[in-house]
Design a protein around this ligand. Structure first.
Ligand SMILES: [Zn+2]
Length: 138
């Protein structure tokens, strides 16, 4: 586990190299955040449950035109997330949260699964480029 929480009283700020004070229902706790990819400002959080404590990377997405009006919607959104105290299959390991369609539903993928999906999408982009390149120049 890469994160631990101290239930004892905390005086001042945490002094570890990657420790931060955070809050659960107003109670100060120390979060050990050893992930280089975590961009969460833990000291500004006040979670309801320990299970809500999470580490997250920045989220990236790309916009694409939709419909005849060419409105743009974000697709292919992904970020890393780890919830060290969550129960269930996620467990204390990071997953790649991936929303391919912009629906707001995120698949939780292992590194191996994420790389396989991204490789399939990259190959698909190459096929789309090939089709577009077949168009006559306007
Ligand atoms: Zn963190």
């Amino acid at each position: 586990m890469t994160v631990s929480v101290s239930m004892g009283p905390v005086e001042g700020s945490a002094d570890g190299p990657r420790q931060s004070v955070t809050f659960v229902r107003g109670q100060r706790v120390i979060v050990e955040c050893s992930q280089d990819w975590c961009t969460v400002d833990h000291k500004t959080r006040d979670e309801r449950f320990f299970e809500d404590i999470s580490h997250m990377s920045e989220s990236v997405s790309v916009s694409a035109p939709v419909g005849l009006g060419h409105r743009r919607e974000d697709i292919l959104e992904g970020f890393l997330v780890e919830t060290p105290f969550a129960a269930g299959p996620r467990g204390p390991r990071p997953v790649f949260a991936f929303d391919a369609t912009g629906s707001g539903e995120f698949a939780e993928l292992s590194k191996h699964q994420a790389r396989a999906e991204l490789d399939r999408i990259a190959a698909h982009i190459d096929r789309l480029r090939h089709i577009v390149d077949a168009m006559p120049d306007a």
